[in-house]
Design a binder for this molecule. Structure first.
Ligand SMILES: Nc1ncnc2c1ncn2[C@@H]1O[C@H](COP(=O)(O)OP(=O)(O)OP(=O)(O)O)[C@@H](O)[C@H]1O
Length: 259
């Protein structure tokens, strides 16, 4: 399902670290209601690209926009206010907080704007708090982990903790979800469940994921961007990318080198 509204667009992004060019002239768009996958071999620049989208890395040149609005000085703490959520490879859960409280941390988008009303009006704040807790439980329920709401993350299986991190990203009801290697450490069945879940999210948001697992990427993504040595070598649907001569040449180049 497409949508004509602009999503997250990167235009001609270049990032260098000292003498090394990690990204060179990269352009892409993560569109509403679509899943965009960023793939490529080790060192291709995927994490750097993800970090640019999150505001962790400032590009040397090129531009970033979201919903048609330029983001010249994006910082990680701007994301929530922009309606963008992310999960990272390190899940970043707080071990001394319950699962539910960990998810509530993700409701920051509302919490910031509620600060003054919280200060001035306790009854309303209590009602908002209850509403947020209901929403957090709702997201945990959607991800099939509501039964863990009162547990502490350290004691839970990795796949459950990953879902808690995802719930924390979803509780703010983002319009764009950025996922860094969401399938890492999951079994085949868990990965297939994740694929179904991600497809289900597209009715309310855009999703951009950086991922190594080709099964997930091929089954879930509407579009792919293939990076190699910091450059985009192919874009298109999974089928188009698989047939792309540049991808085949890169693969054959590797195969010849390996031989
Ligand atoms: N902070 C940094 N300082 C210096 N070089 C870096 C930094 N971050 C990344 N690089 C280099 O930039 C290039 C791209 O790295 P990046 O981690 O973005 O690739 P990747 O596709 O995510 O790789 P992987 O799949 O192994 O995670 C690599 O050569 C890497 O060594």
């Amino acid at each position: 399902m497409g949508d004509a509204r602009p999503g997250l667009a990167m235009q001609d992004i270049t990032v260098t670290f000292g003498g090394l060019t990690a990204l060179s002239g990269v352009s892409l768009e993560a569109r509403p209601h679509e899943v965009l996958g960023v793939i490529g071999p080790n060192g291709a620049g995927k994490t750097t690209l993800f970090n640019v989208a999150c505001g962790f890395v400032r590009p040397d040149s090129g531009s970033l926009s979201w919903g048609g609005q330029g983001l010249p000085r994006l910082r990680p703490h701007d994301l929530a206010g922009l309606g963008i959520s992310r999960t990272l490879q390190g899940l970043g859960l707080f071990d001394r907080m319950t699962v539910l409280d960990n998810v509530l941390v993700g409701a920051d988008r509302d919490a910031r704007s509620r600060f003054w009303s919280d200060l001035l009006s306790l009854p309303r704040s209590t009602r908002d708090e209850a509403r947020l807790r209901d929403r957090a439980r709702g997201v945990l329920d959607e991800l099939d982990v509501a039964s863990y709401a009162d547990r502490y993350p350290a004691s839970l299986p990795y796949a459950v903790r990953k879902k808690v991190a995802l719930a924390r990203a979803l509780v703010s009801e983002p319009e764009l979800l950025l996922l860094d290697e969401p399938a890492s450490g999951l079994s085949d069945t868990e990965m297939s469940d994740l694929g179904t879940l991600l497809r289900g999210l597209t009715d309310r948001m855009a999703v951009m994921l950086v991922e190594h697992h080709m099964d997930l990427v091929m089954s879930v993504c509407d579009d792919l961007v293939v990076l190699d040595f910091g450059r985009v070598i192919a874009t298109g649907s999974p089928a188009e990318v698989r047939d792309d001569p540049a991808v085949q040449a890169a693969y054959l180049g590797e195969a010849v080198t390996d031989a």
